[in-house]
Design a protein around this ligand. Structure first.
Ligand SMILES: C[S@@+](CC[C@H](N)C(=O)[O-])C[C@H]1O[C@@H](n2cnc3c(N)ncnc32)[C@H](O)[C@@H]1O
Length: 228
């Protein structure tokens, strides 16, 4: 099992609670509002790094897909989300988002929320997302990008760098895992680099929405081609 999978296994049982408290309930709203960047659809949505399935379930409610395959490398995160998907058209798959045994162009929509940052190589991950999408399909990414300036940079220094590890220790019993949030943001792409990577991969029609003054950002784009 990878280092990242072990880290998320450690915090899996308290992941949802920690998210709700640390974002003051905002994370659910961010996912809902990010999904508004996608058109209505009744096809297949592949949710990469799905964790406990919050995005896939919100996508079904929003009418941007008819069924979901959620992929995650942490057995603990999938186990924590299992009760939430009971009875819903959601299939959970244990696997690496960068090497999926899913066929090319199988998905109408591909999503990844707060997970792109965690992939070993974001560009390899982006190529995998492009491969999964059918021509005319849509990609939605929601994440904390590397803050270059302004309020997001202050948030990174003061909140993510100091307060989050403390709160993570109190809420999830694991400060280092929440220190990782700060470290992974620092190593990640800036918003401008992410947009350039999407264009270089061949995605078009970029749409964006910022949350909490730009601390979190949703990017949606399409794989060119004829839709269903
Ligand atoms: C911050 S959580 C986000 C979970 C969920 N998408 C959400 O919105 O709450 C990041 C997730 O990415 C998963 N992950 C990290 N690297 C991965 C990889 N290479 N393949 C699949 N999942 C991965 C972790 O196990 C974890 O569940």
């Amino acid at each position: 099992m990878s280092e990242v999978a072990r880290l998320f296994d450690r915090i899996a049982t308290r992941y949802d609670l920690a998210n709700r408290v640390l974002s003051l309930g905002g994370d659910l709203r961010w996912r809902r509002q990010a999904l508004r960047l996608l058109p209505p659809n009744d096809g297949l949505l592949v949710d990469l790094a799905c964790g406990t399935h919050d995005l896939g379930l919100a996508a079904l409610r929003a009418g941007v897909c008819g069924r979901v395959v959620g992929v995650d490398c942490s057995p603990g995160m999938l186990a924590s989300g299992a009760a939430k998907i009971a009875g819903a058209p959601v299939q959970a798959v244990l696997g690496d988002a960068q090497a999926l045994p899913l066929r090319d162009s199988c998905a109408d929509v591909v999503t990844i929320a707060f997970g792109w940052r965690n992939l070993t190589d974001p560009i390899v991950g982006l190529a995998a997302m492009h491969r999964l999408l059918r021509p005319g399909g849509h990609l939605l990414i929601l994440d904390f990008f590397r803050p270059d300036r302004g309020f997001p940079r202050c948030f990174d220094r003061v909140v993510a760098g100091w307060a989050l590890p403390l709160a993570g220790r109190l809420l999830a019993g694991d400060g280092p895992a929440y220190r990782y949030l700060h470290d992974s943001m620092g190593r990640f792409l800036s918003p401008a680099e992410a947009e350039a990577a999407l264009a270089a991969q061949g995605f078009t029609g970029l749409r964006r929405r910022a949350f909490a003054g730009g601390v979190a950002l949703a990017l949606a784009a399409s794989r060119p081609g004829v839709g269903r």
